[in-house]
Design a protein. Structure first.
Lengths: 365, 510
């Protein structure tokens, strides 16, 4: 009985996992088509480059992968967490930007803080700013039933323009039209990792993994997670069970916002020479978070691996330039993967059929 | 006599499940042929095959002796097969006339020409005494009238083979009588009818022959005139059933539920759907609310339990005013609710069985410690409930509820609600969609709760259920309580008059 139970659960996990893998394969093949279309002679070496991704550059490549993965794991976690509770947090970009700004602001201005906690305070500030940007759509939804998709898209624009104004006002580097560099004490500690994993390697990835674990526990092990998921799966039954769904909507958006905000801090405090540009562009990390969440099936652990994978091929994409391709091909591939991910149900049906067929054959033999 | 329909050796498989296993159905011309079986016996699947909605894996269909292939409902229509679905397929903001011609509109130069259609419909309505107004909107006419529209739709298409899928479920006893008369008139004109039902009285009253299905298998066809109801129900269930409920004499105590002048407004129209309802349920008593679906019963229950806001009035549980309490607090005050729509309100379908079984108690110290769920204790409790209430499920307490059968889903809700030791149980249509065995079980549980001194408020659209279980019957019509009677003092016919709003009783305060 117990063995049977386990095998069923495993089956389901295998099913979900293999559906995602199939989506990835289909997306990659689509990318190969595009490479073939734009430059047939270089297509296959270029494609190999994508597959090799971060491994091309050895240990430094892996460090780069962690650096790229860190913010999108956080935004992916944000979107995935909200999605588990029945909310579509399309506002991860705005929350991310707000978090990034506050982290940079604290990093530049609050140099009076003790060195050891400067970066911690910057991250906390980012979390609060992101939380605030999640709180607004949350409270609007709870009180007036405003669709969170619309309000959080608005919050993306408000966040972007507001941050542009605030940077120019407070932490502006006029020459380069971007934010000023933060004080060295505000940068994330590197803990010696940069020695062998490259200059962009910090403890950021471990902070992201820590949040993956926290969110996993929160969703699966706590009363709070039980209520949140119940609201997400069936708001009517949650109401029937006396769960305060309004409070949960607000809290869930606040937590999602904080996660995205921390993502912003982790990227701009990595000491990689990246600054917030004063441009009228919505932060792409937020939308990548949606990809990551979809590919990771909103499961925290899935989000971790999806984020690493997307970072892996993104790093590969930089190397594509060696074969005179533009790195944007990677964005097309990622989009194609997500697009095929939408066929997950179809893939699952195919896999299930294959599994039952092979079982039948096994029985016949 | 010739067969208009022959369905021979039909097998229909869904995944690993044989919904129809070698079923044979032969309907003669000019007869009413009843199709009897419990929910899930395969009646609907068989009819869907006949109607072209599913393709059978095996078997053949002959219409008027000729083998045919029915690929879609249009093919069925062209062969003269029409169906009145259990849930009407009508467009609410269309008029009766528009609804009937929908799909076969007559046009001239691209513009609608309704005159001929109107004439034909009026003529048909006259012939069967339907008294239908072709210009009334569907949303404004009664359910009985809507059903007549569906019937007219079939007749308008000149269908000769008519399928009625559980047509009496939504009707009052009087309307049922009229429907049965119409069915008899239709066959006397040479049409053939397949009458799907699980109500033996109606089959006895109107059908010529009856085919019985059980668990996807064909059990047999009998002559209705020479077969007793008991024999038919035994064929349907596969064993002897005892549908009467043993009840001890009532021993009512203090009131557990007092509702005073309750008013509820509709979300959409802002009209009152519950008007000044007052009622009382005492400990050790089963009070039923009878009435036709849509007369405010559901809203009344939502109002009492807190799922819908009140527009006035008060609710007391065991003497304590809980009118403005939260749903959680009402639940803690001993209110149990077996909801009408078990999948919408009663369960989180994507949760496991154990998670659903603690849906009302996960927050108590028994199942959580410092905000963390105690999965071990939850599993143990779930196992205990599964054992005690005989919930059957593939993977024990870890089964996903979505994959469980309707009857077991209902058992899970009942287990959860009754094991909390409530003072008052509000059960709405608790046996809808359950098979006979499960119905027996649920009824037994409700009576047991009553005998233990709990109050039960039962909302039901099935008069048989109301008559056998209740100690007191309230009838609701258009949002008001129009009768307060005892089952011993009233006949089903009388209840029907109350339900149709043609009779009003004296309502005592309690």
């Amino acid at each position: 009985m117990l063995a049977k139970k386990k095998s069923k659960g495993e089956n389901k996990a295998i099913l979900n996992f293999s559906a995602s893998v199939l989506a990835i394969i289909a997306g990659l093949l689509f990318g190969l088509l595009i490479l073939l279309f734009s430059n047939p002679s270089q297509a296959f070496p270029g494609f190999l480059m994508i597959l090799q991704g971060s491994f091309t550059d050895g240990a430094f490549g892996i460090g780069q992968m962690f650096y790229v993965a860190t913010p999108i794991i956080m935004t992916g976690l944000s979107v995935g967490f909200a999605f588990k509770t029945g909310l579509f947090n399309i506002g991860a970009s705005g929350q991310f930007t707000m978090g990034a700004f506050v982290a940079v602001y604290i990093g530049v201005k609050w140099t009076w803080l003790p060195d050891q906690i400067h970066w911690v305070v910057a991250i906390l500030g980012a979390a609060i700013a992101g939380a605030l940007w999640g709180f607004v759509p949350g409270i609007l939804k709870a009180i007036a039933n405003v669709n969170e998709v619309i309000s959080s898209i608005m919050m993306n624009y408000i966040g972007m323009y507001l941050v542009n104004i605030l940077i120019v006002k407070h932490v502006y580097d006029q020459v380069k039209n971007q934010s000023k560099p933060v004080a060295p004490t505000a940068n994330l500690p590197k803990a010696g990792l940069d020695q062998f994993l490259g200059p962009n390697m910090t403890i950021g990835i471990f902070i992201a993994i820590l949040f993956v674990v926290i969110i996993y526990i929160l969703i699966d092990k706590t009363v709070f997670g039980y209520e949140l998921k119940a609201c997400g799966y069936n708001p009517f039954a949650s109401k029937y069970a006396g769960i305060n769904s309004k409070r949960n909507i607000v809290l869930s958006m606040v937590i999602a916002g904080a996660l995205s905000g921390i993502g912003g801090a982790l990227l701009y405090l990595a000491g990689s020479g990246k600054y917030i540009q004063v441009l009228d562009v919505i932060a792409p990390e937020g939308f990548k978070g949606i990809f990551v969440a979809l590919l990771g099936l909103s499961n925290p652990i899935g989000v971790l691996f999806a984020g690493l994978f997307i970072a892996h091929i993104t790093v590969g994409g930089y190397n594509l330039q060696l074969y005179s391709f533009v790195p944007e091909v990677i964005d097309i591939i990622i989009s194609a993967i997500v697009y095929f991910g939408a066929f997950a149900l179809l893939f699952k049906a195919i896999i299930r059929k294959l599994m039952t067929n092979s079982k039948k054959e096994g029985e016949q033999i | 006599m010739e067969n208009v329909i022959e369905m021979n050796h039909i097998t229909k498989i869904f995944g690993n499940f044989k919904a129809n296993d070698d079923i044979t159905l032969q309907v003669r011309k000019g007869e009413i042929h009843a199709l009897l079986g419990e929910n899930g016996a395969g009646k609907s699947t068989l009819m869907s095959v006949l109607f072209g909605l599913y393709q059978p894996e095996k078997g053949e269909i002959k219409i008027n002796g000729k083998p045919v292939k029915i690929n879609n409902p249009n093919d069925a229509n062209n062969l003269g097969i029409g169906m009145v679905h259990q849930h009407f397929k009508l467009v609410h903001n269309f008029t009766v006339l528009e609804s009937i011609v929908l799909g076969r509109e007559t046009t001239k130069n691209g513009l609608l020409k309704m005159d001929a259609a109107r004439e034909k419909i009026l003529e048909l309505s006259e012939r069967y005494k339907f008294k239908i107004d072709p210009d009334a909107y569907i949303s404004d006419i009664t359910v009985g009238m809507q059903q007549r529209v569906e019937i007219l739709k079939m007749l308008y298409c000149d269908n000769d083979i008519l399928i009625f899928d559980e047509p009496t479920a939504v009707l009052t006893p009087q309307e049922i009588d009229e429907l049965l008369k119409v069915m008899k008139q239709l066959v006397s004109e040479g049409k053939s009818i397949i009458f799907i039902s699980h109500k033996l009285n109606e089959i006895k009253a109107v059908a010529d022959r009856c085919s019985v299905l059980r668990k996807g298998k064909y059990i047999g066809t009998v002559d209705v005139a020479t077969t007793s109801k008991e024999e038919m129900s035994e064929m349907m269930v596969g064993r002897k059933v005892n549908l009467s409920v043993d009840k001890k004499a009532m021993n009512p105590g203090e009131p557990v539920l007092e509702v005073q002048d309750l008013c509820i407004k509709s979300k959409h129209t802002h009209k009152h759907i519950v008007k000044n309802v007052s009622l009382q349920v005492r400990a050790g008593e089963i009070v039923s609310i009878a009435g036709i679906d849509g007369n405010g019963q559901s809203e009344l229950v939502y109002g009492i339990t807190g799922l819908m806001p009140l527009d006035g009035g008060s609710v007391k549980l065991k003497g304590k005013d809980v009118t403005n309490e939260t749903i959680r607090n009402k639940c803690l005050d001993g209110l149990a609710h077996i909801p009408e729509d078990r999948q919408k309100y009663g369960l989180v379908l994507d949760y496991t069985l154990k998670e659903n079984l603690v849906l009302q108690s996960y927050f108590t110290p028994k199942f959580q410690k410092k905000g963390f769920l105690k999965f071990g204790d939850i599993s143990q409790y779930a196992k205990y409930l599964i054992e005690k209430f005989d919930i059957r499920c593939g993977q024990g307490e870890d089964s996903i509820v979505r994959g469980m059968s309707g009857g077991n889903q209902q058992k899970a809700i009942i287990a959860r609600e009754l094991d909390r030791d409530p003072n008052l149980i509000i059960a709405v249509q608790p046996v809808r969609g359950l098979d006979v065995g499960a119905i027996e079980y649920v009824h037994k549980q409700l009576v047991e709760q009553r005998d233990q001194g709990k109050g039960v408020l039962l909302v039901s659209f099935e008069l048989d259920e109301v008559m056998t279980l209740s100690d007191r019957i309230l009838v609701m019509y258009e949002g008001e309580i129009v009768a307060d009677v005892r089952p011993e003092e009233v006949t089903v016919q009388e209840l029907g008059l109350y339900m149709a709003g043609t009779k009003r009783g004296v309502i005592s305060a309690s």
